[in-house]
Design a protein around this ligand. Sequence first.
Ligand code: FAD
Ligand code: EPU
Length: 335
Amino acid sequence: MIKNNQDLTPFNTFGIKTNAATFARFTSVAELRTCLHGNEFKDLLVLGGGSNVLFTKDVDALVLRNEIEGFEVQWEDSTYAYVKVGSGMVWHEFVLRCLELNLGGVENLSLIPGSVGASPMQNIGAYGAEIKDVFHSLEAYHIATGDIHTFDLEQCEFGYRESVFKRKLKGQYVIVAVTFRLNKHPKINSTYGAIDAELKKMGISEPSIQDISKAVIAIRSSKLPDPKVLGNAGSFFKNPVVDFSIMEKIKTNFHDVPHYPAEIGTCKLAAGWLIEQAGWKGFREDTYGVHALQALVLVNYGGSTGQQIYNLSSRIIADVEMKFGVALEREVNIL
Ligand code: FAD
Ligand code: EPU
């Protein structure tokens, strides 16, 4: 049922107070179809967990909250199980189901907030894994025609925090189901960041995927704020990929600048490091600021507007550009 004037505060992890002109929930493709084709609307916004959006104004659109559930092993071979998941399922609940079934591939992506349906939007990633590594295909509802189209790995054009749905096909589809290819004989991926050190702390030398998940949860919980306690949308900026020469220039003053291999001639810098070095870590003004434990995360201490947080992000971008000659790009969807 479509209602007028819905407060979206509970539907975004930044906890920004904003009003949707019209709002409805859908739990199936049939309900989605009814919402879209039985009603007049100017614009459409699909929301999962609202953990990667910043509302800077009221939303003069039909806002549809995706609640399509479902988890089904569709077929198996000797190595993989192919699991089709409803796009409204909470991502971490999906991860927990895989762990219960001892299906490997998403344990490094434990505790990422949001829905399964949003995971292909920006090819979510963490701790040495991205969904493209376990992705088989997705089904998406074409808003203009009402047809369901299937996209395979190649068609999704995944990149670092990128997909075809954020670029060429932006605003054209609602993702309704995702099929993952999960490993029945899980391979352990513990080399990234602090996972090995965390496992050592836990006294584990031969980790299972369940152990990896616990280690990732412990690391994430130690630096990322829980949106239930402190409003945020995770990393506000992407880690910038720059020419090697820019990194070398920074290195003349900062010998330990963290950098990671990227395409030939380029490398990825850590935006959190740049923001911290520019002096913003822990910055607070009124009700908003930069998280004290992770400079890549902007936070709402309660009562901020999205515009205030957006303005803060613009100040950070300008300052990092001035100090390091690096242009940061926002990761969060600005609405
Ligand atoms: P939403 O915020 O609801 O939507 C995001 C965008 O996708 C919007 O443009 C929306 O319109 C669109 N969209 C949503 N669902 C659909 C659909 N079914 N069909 C079409 N379009 C859709 N991300 C990472 O990659 N790695 C991390 O480690 C990570 N850590 C985080 C930690 C915290 C504390 C927080 C708050 C966020 C973090 N994020 C991370 C970001 C976020 O969790 C992911 O981007 C997640 O996939 C967003 O899911 P969502 O359902 O909340 O999407
Ligand atoms: N760093 C600092 N200061 C900070 C934060 C980070 O110096 O305040 C340095 C760290 O010391 C480290 C480097 O930056 O050398 C990287 O830090 P970290 O491992 O914490 O990861 P990140 O690059 O800040 C990325 C993702 C996260 C993901 C983690 C773990 C992006 C934009 N962010 O963060 O994703 O969880 O790696 O893999 O790629 C998200 O997208 O919302 C998100 C949280």
